[in-house]
Write a protein that binds this ligand. Structure first.
Ligand code: G6P
Length: 612
């Protein structure tokens, strides 16, 4: 949440920062702002709204500068308005800060500062932070670097910050704890950003800051220290991301591009790991601790949002193939009770961004209780990827649309591979079934391709239902998490109220909602609960509900009772979510577009939720 970018070097800072902010807008888009330094001094320009509004706001201003910081906000403290937008000035206006995170003890610091005469222009914790730093600098008569260090030792909470100073025109000071921050090392230039996407166009050499590290960039030198003032050796990594992976490539929205990328992202996920013809299945990330999973008494999956839905699919797969009991927990709930984690329990944390604050905190809690944690992340080098003992990347490539699509299918792909690998080692799957599953897995990209070919039909159905005010999504077994995911996609981007339910549970409540205005999406592919779902469809029809059914190709029964049917290719029921979710992604996409919603940046949401 909140995206930050900073630049110092030989280029004009403004275009680098604006472009970077646009790439980070998925992290929040309540307001945007920049600070630059030139003959007019240290100037802050900020505006409620999107980066495009900021661009308009600065027209005609002197924004030429070789150094600058920029911010795109997802509001935590204070409503989204111009005053609360970042950057924030210090009291003297000699310093400016951008901040991603939350300072939890800000109100006591604010009170102290107010007693000393400080006046605040915003309601934010971030403004308090920069006033605090300046106050320390003055009262200790120390350097800015030292003041930042002292302040960081006093604040509680999460932060990725970058500070610039009017009096030191070649200095940027950055620090992180809990919120991500990447430093890009160019030739005589430096970039700082919440993720690598604003940087890759200029350099592929980056350093991911660790918690409690401070980066000092001064006159072309770059030093990292910890908050005890000990110099650290930076670990320089080479980025492998391609620029085209973060551009729309001719698609009107990132979400549509990402939906269409799924055949490739699933294949990428297999690459070097799966070969059905030789029976090869190996996740390189599961080595040292793989036996822990093989011998696990229980698996606990922790995640949020769409990743939690992938966790539910994994629950069914692990229980079916590995015969290990699985619990799937919302990370936010897990961390605030006193969960029972015993020796022999294994935790799997799933996260696209690898930065979700609740998931990170849940990992730390589970670790403190001695659990072994496996991570399933998409973003390489992310905090969760680094906080887990071992793990497997999903290799889906950057996902920029706020509504997760290709990350979901990649997560299920990785988790299926994990489960099959473990099942084979435990001897809980027959060799025949194991090979059948590997062969079937390899056919999934082609089947997803066929599901994507349904786009035109789904667009027509969307036209018919675009004005609905409610939707119900029903599925059973492996298709139950798909129903939840379908409903989540629709509400996230079209703002239509939608509920996902296990089809059989419908009669315990949601059935009361059904009338001639209620569209009910059944995920009713041919599987072990098919007949039961057919009965549920009849029940909805009997109450005049409007049925849209996702069925297996060649099904003749459900088309005779549903108002609309969408036929997807057959596959093993354990892998069906990879295929059956695709029409639901397209349905929500088209409905949202038809309703004029901002598909890639839905209101109030952010992609990377770094606050709890
Ligand atoms: C946010 C996003 C969702 C995502 C969830 C978990 O709510 O809008 O799309 O599923 O966070 O994020 P993660 O990065 O941990 O998978």
């Amino acid at each position: 949440m909140c995206g930050i970018v900073a630049y110092v070097g030989h280029r004009e800072a403004y275009p680098v920062i604006i472009k970077g902010l646009k790439r980070l807008e998925y992290r929040g888009y309540d307001s945007a702002g920049i600070a630059v330094l030139n003959s007019d001094g240290l100037s802050v320009y900020k505006k409620k709204g999107k980066v495009a509004d900021l661009e308009e706001h600065v027209i005609g201003r002197n924004i030429s500068s070789h150094i600058g910081i920029g911010h795109t906000r997802w509001a935590t403290h204070g409503e989204p308005n111009d005053q609360n937008a970042h950057p924030h000035y210090s009291a003297s206006e000699d310093l400016a800060i951008i901040h991603n995170g939350i300072i939890e003890n800000y109100s006591s610091i604010k009170k102290d500062l107010q007693n000393k005469g400080h006046v605040f222009k915003s309601d934010t914790d971030s403004e308090v932070f920069i006033h605090f730093i300046e106050e320390i600098k003055k009262s200790n008569n120390c350097s800015l670097e030292e003041a930042v260090r002292l302040a960081l030792n006093k604040v509680v909470g999460a932060y990725a910050i970058v500070i610039m100073s009017r009096t030191e025109p070649n200095l940027l000071i950055a620090a992180r704890k809990g919120s991500p921050l990447v430093v890009g090392l160019g030739k005589d230039e430096f970039f700082l950003a919440s993720d690598a996407t604003p940087i890759i166009e200029y350099t592929n050499e980056v350093v991911y800051l660790n918690d409690y590290e401070i980066a000092i960039i001064r006159d072309n030198s770059f030093v990292i220290k910890n908050i005890q003032d000990v110099k650290m050796t930076p670990y320089i990594q080479k980025l492998e991301m391609e620029l085209e992976a973060i551009e729309k490539g001719g698609y009107p929205h990132f979400m549509l591009k990402e939906i269409y990328e799924q055949p490739k992202s699933i294949s990428d996920c297999f690459r070097g790991r799966l070969n059905a013809s030789t029976g090869h299945l190996l996740l390189g990330g599961l080595r040292e601790y793989a036996n822990k999973m093989v011998n696990a008494d229980r698996i606990v999956i922790i995640a949020c949002g769409t990743s939690w839905h992938a966790g539910l699919v994994a629950e069914y797969i692990f229980e079916e193939f590995c015969r290990i009991p699985v619990e799937v927990e919302y990370a936010s709930e897990f961390r605030y009770r006193n969960p029972v984690i015993k020796e022999g329990d294994v935790v799997i944390a799933i996260s696209q961004s690898g930065e979700t604050a609740d998931t990170l905190a849940a990992i730390e809690l589970a670790k403190s209780k001695g659990a072994v944690i496996f991570g399933v992340c998409n973003v390489v080098g992310s905090s969760i990827a680094r906080a887990t003992h071992e793990g497997a990347y999903t290799h889906a490539g950057p996902e920029i649309g706020v509504a997760s699509t290709k990350a979901f299918t990649a997560q299920i792909t990785v988790l299926s591979m994990m489960a099959l690998m473990i099942a084979q080692r435990r001897g809980t799957i027959s060799e025949r079934r194991y090979h059948e599953m590997l062969v079937e897995l390899e056919t999934i990209p082609a089947k997803v391709e066929k599901a994507l070919a349904l786009n035109a039909q789904i667009e027509q159905i969307s036209e018919i239902f675009k004005d609905a005010t409610n939707f119900l999504y029903l599925g059973r077994g492996y298709n139950f998490p798909v129903a939840l995911e379908g409903a989540l996609k629709l509400k996230e981007i079209s703002y239509i109220h939608a509920e996902g339910y296990p089809a059989a549970e419908m009669k315990h409540g949601p059935i009361a909602l059904i009338d001639e205005n209620m569209p009910v999406v059944f995920i009713a592919t041919k599987d072990s609960s098919y007949e039961k779902v057919v009965s549920n469809i009849q029940e909805v029809r009997a109450r005049k509900g409007r049925v849209i059914a996702i069925v297996t190709e060649g099904d003749t029964l459900i088309p005779s009772m549903a108002e609309f049917t969408i036929e997807v290719p057959a596959t093993d029921e354990a892998l069906m979510p990879l295929v059956s979710v695709v029409p639901l992604q397209l349905l929500s996409y088209h409905i949202a577009v038809m309703r004029g919603c901002n598909v890639d940046q839905p209101r109030n949401l952010a992609k990377s939720v770094t606050v709890e």
